[in-house]
Write a protein that binds this ligand. Structure first.
Ligand SMILES: Cc1cc2nc3c(=O)[nH]c(=O)nc-3n(C[C@H](O)[C@H](O)[C@H](O)COP(=O)(O)OP(=O)(O)OC[C@H]3O[C@@H](n4cnc5c(N)ncnc54)[C@H](O)[C@@H]3O)c2cc1C
Length: 445
């Protein structure tokens, strides 16, 4: 049996859900198909413990108007994440606002798209930076973008920096009960009002094939127990992450998709949150927000423990009802953690913290009451953390956000080519963008 509808949305992360909500109230029937047995995608808030802990996206970066307007409309409270940032100078901890040298980072704000495209590493190699500065800057670019410095495009970085500057990207906040608040509001909006009557959802069904011609698509997939599934519509919005997109069979093939792997990459990241009996860091780092462990000293990962890979960044969620500290590694360094058990990750994080605070790992480990982790790299529906543009890939990345013959739309963070790749607000806006274009298309004669 083939389910008939008007618009099919593949993937129920924030991009897919935003697309559905934007189509709500209109005449089009909408079918959302999600591979997992939950919605939200790379937003996942663990509420099984004493606090709502985001194991995927956590921060609202800046004040992007589309997302901000939705949060306001839905009354979703968010609180600033601003706090005192520290760095490790090789021996002790120091506040970044007291002696931290920001000059290499100013280079990022001054980047221009008017340069021949090349990787960040190639570009930085030509700047007069001392080895410590180069290492700090490279660590920052890799960690924040989950990217390989020898691959990420300098022109895309420039666009991203300017896009962030335009939305006050240096300011971060968090939803009070975690990012799940946003997902739940979107799901509620899908199920209520006009949307409810025109909206259907199929969960636990992974799409494998999209057969299309102008004005007509047929999707085929399978449920977790391998039952076949088919649906047909006038348009489709595909929001799956890049590694999943590469597995989708388009009939006929879409030529742009063959160019995509060279232009856009999925970056790895690992994050581990430790719940502690007490905020023991306060004695040495009062008011701590971020702690840049491998960046401030210029020692890079060498500053961290010899017994395994080190987490170069930690941060504290100061608003949580229990003490929470998160360890982060993004980019190629994150691959060193691949396949490690959660116990091993906890062991490494406590060792790193012991080195940074001059304490024993045993003392810190004895204060850990719970650990929160999700393996995004190994997750069959994400295959990594988020995407970035490879040198030379900007034009392809831009084309990826345009509809194919007014029938196949792509959305999701990887399509946020205005410079918001890899973010929740980029994914959210991309879903709205696709839905508006479809609405306009379907209403035109
Ligand atoms: C550890 C981590 C930390 C992050 N931190 C932040 C942060 O602090 N701030 C921020 O702004 N962003 C952050 N991000 C990025 C942010 O989570 C993503 O950019 C955003 O959630 C992506 O939304 P999306 O809808 O594009 O994709 P997804 O959320 O991945 O949604 C895609 C959906 O498609 C489904 N799917 C996949 N394949 C199929 C298929 N074949 N058939 C049907 N369904 C399928 C998936 O199950 C998923 O639900 C982080 C990401 C990670 C992993």
């Amino acid at each position: 049996m083939t389910l008939e509808t008007d618009v099919i949305v593949v993937g129920g992360g924030v991009a897919g859900l935003a697309a559905v909500v934007e189509l709500s109230g209109g005449p089009a029937r909408v079918l959302l198909i999600e591979g997992r047995d939950r919605l939200g995608g790379r937003i996942l808030t663990d509420t099984s413990g004493d606090a709502a802990v985001d194991v995927g996206a956590e921060f609202i970066h800046g004040r992007e108007p589309t997302l901000m307007e939705y949060l306001r409309k839905r009354g979703l409270a968010h609180e600033t994440a601003d706090a005192t940032d520290y760095y490790f100078d090789g021996e002790t901890l120091a506040r970044t606002d007291e002696g931290g040298d920001d000059s290499p980072f100013e280079m990022l704000s001054q980047l221009s798209e008017d340069v021949p495209d090349q990787s960040f590493a190639a570009y930085a190699g030509k700047l007069s930076l001392d080895p410590g500065e180069r290492s700090r800057l490279t660590g920052y670019v890799q960690g924040f973008n989950a990217a390989d410095a020898s691959v990420i495009s300098i022109r895309a970085l420039a666009r991203q920096q300017h896009a962030e500057d335009a939305i006050d990207g240096g300011h971060s906040s968090r939803l009070v009960n975690g990012y799940a608040d946003l997902v739940e509001a979107l799901i509620e909006d899908c199920r209520t009002s006009d949307c409810g009557t025109n909206f259907q959802i199929v969960m636990g069904t992974a799409i494998e094939e999209i057969d299309w011609r102008m004005g007509r698509v047929q999707v085929a997939g399978r449920s977790a127990n391998r039952d076949p599934f088919r649906a047909a519509a006038r348009a489709v919005v595909v929001t799956v992450p890049l590694p999943m997109l590469s597995k989708l069979r388009f009939i006929p093939p879409i030529p742009l998709l063959a160019e995509l792997p060279a232009a856009l990459r999925m970056g790895p990241a690992v994050r581990l949150t430790l719940q502690m009996k007490e905020p023991w860091w306060e004695a040495q780092a009062p008011g701590m927000g971020f702690l840049f462990a491998g960046l401030g000293s210029g020692l890079g990962e060498a500053a961290l423990g010899p017994a395994g890979p080190g987490f170069p960044v930690f941060w504290v969620n100061r608003r949580a009802p229990v003490p929470l500290i998160t360890a982060w590694s993004g980019g190629p360094a994150a691959l060193e953690f691949q396949g490690l058990s959660i116990d091993k990750l906890v062991h490494l994080a406590t060792q790193n913290l012991a080195r940074l605070f001059g304490l024993t790992a045993e003392a810190i480990a004895s204060l850990v009451t719970r650990a929160y982790f999700h393996d995004w790299l190994g997750d069959p529906f994400s295959g990594g953390a988020y995407s970035y543009v490879a040198a030379g890939g900007l034009a392809v990345a831009e084309r990826f956000a345009r509809p194919v013959e007014d029938t196949v739309w792509f959305a999701g963070e990887a399509t946020a080519s205005e410079g918001h790749w890899g973010t929740v607000h980029g994914a959210f806006s991309s879903g709205i963008r696709a839905a508006r274009e479809i609405r306009e298309k379907l209403s035109s004669p």
